[in-house]
Write a protein that binds this ligand. Sequence first.
Ligand SMILES: Nc1ncnc2c1ncn2[C@@H]1O[C@H](COP(=O)(O)OP(=O)(O)OP(=O)(O)O)[C@@H](O)[C@H]1O
Length: 494
Amino acid sequence: MDAAIAAQWDRVQGQLREEFGDAAFKSWVAPMTVTDVRDGAVTLAVPTRFIRDWVLTHYADRIRALWNGENPAVRTVDVMVVTNMQRPDLTGGGPAAAAVNDPVPGSPRAAAMESGRRTEAAAAGRAGTPASAAAPVPAHGGFMAAAPTGQVDDLSASLDARYTFENFVVGKPNEFAHAAAQRVADSDQVSFNPLFLYGGVGLGKTHLMHAIAHRLRERRPERRVIYMSAEKFMYSFVRALRHQDTISFKEQFRTVDVLMIDDVQFISGKDSTQEEFFHTFNALVDQGRQIVISADKSPNDLEEIGARLRSRMASGLVADIHPTTYELRLGILDAKAEQMGVEVPVKVKEFLAHKITSNARELEGALTRLVAHAQLVGRELSLETAHDVLADLLRAYDRRVTIEEIQKKVAEHFQVRVADMHSARRARAVTRPRQVAMYLSKQLTSRSLPEIGRKFGGRDHTTVMHAVKKVEELIAGDAAFAEDVNLLRRMLES
Ligand SMILES: Nc1ncnc2c1ncn2[C@@H]1O[C@H](COP(=O)(O)OP(=O)(O)OP(=O)(O)O)[C@@H](O)[C@H]1O
């Protein structure tokens, strides 16, 4: 591939990784190779039809826009299925895809490298056929037997030994979810199916799921429990499709007593994985097996998931975990300090519980850092040490400003109405302040682009990206404008 094209693809990939995160990047972007750039069209090769459909619905528009930014001649993106990975080079140049990363072990692309080359036409109806069409689940909900491939990991190897009920601190925000999880772990009847746990990041969903698995293993070792992340479910399914072996994929769930799927928000989009999850789900519920699901939102808010699956997921018990309270944070610090075997002065714990308010994970991280530092350099675990060691973290908390505050300040400054931050008006007098507010929201808060877009009248993340870029350009080229934005930033930070 031509070096310029390789460099463009490299930059497009870098941007996609930033926007969509590492996990999505590894699953969907890394497996792609560029096979052709001609007449304004980029052609990307992927190993299965499933991935092609996913890429087309989720990433193709963004890839096109990014590539167009790199090279204005590019106006379309085609995605084709090529099931060999001899790194196809249809450009007639040297070795193809020099800029494309090596395949992630176990990724669809790595799997695709194992077989000979086939084009989409040759592969149609085979490698990439959606599961629902390739091997429908029988109406009674059972599974068919076949030699296993794409097996899930051994449960014992993947569980975190620290995530037990004993180590889980119960408080108002999580008592309901905790009680529901205990019920599932301690009873032999299926009380509610599924149990759907949801809450923001780092609030203990994974901890509770592992705790259920640990307890079941102690109490009923003969019961078969599968715990897997939704991403792993997707990987295994894609791999099974690739091996034309969806039957074995289903087989591994046939004898399961409890199935736990973590972070189900990653099973999103209209595709065969969702369909497969739905079938697996129904089959297990029909057989009276227990299902536990976790997500970062309630079933109703999982917009990417189809209505049928959403309502199925909401049909059991839905338990949410609320953000931590001061008391719970203090309790978590007590428990973690005890597990670490260190005495932490009450004043220090109170200080941390007061300051680190986001979630249990950050709180635990701060304590670990503080203790490690104090022990390494032989310093006392005091308030002063905490201030020093956690200075960067504490500054970030002190600075935390909300998008609403930013909108208000920016509106005041430019003398527009706060409502114009959300409105559809496109007059320059309001679009510029709106763009500045979006830019500052990106700079001063930890909100993601889609979250920021939602706070600005439900705009798309690409609008926010455009705004950020635009404001950066203006800052670079217009000193008075740069001073204005700087002033606003200082006001918001103070
Ligand atoms: N109530 C609690 N008691 C003790 N530890 C907790 C509690 N809640 C969370 N933790 C700890 O905080 C960390 C983050 O928890 P966990 O990974 O379960 O969060 P999560 O809700 O699954 O987050 P994500 O959405 O990012 O997957 C873990 O180390 C966990 O042990």
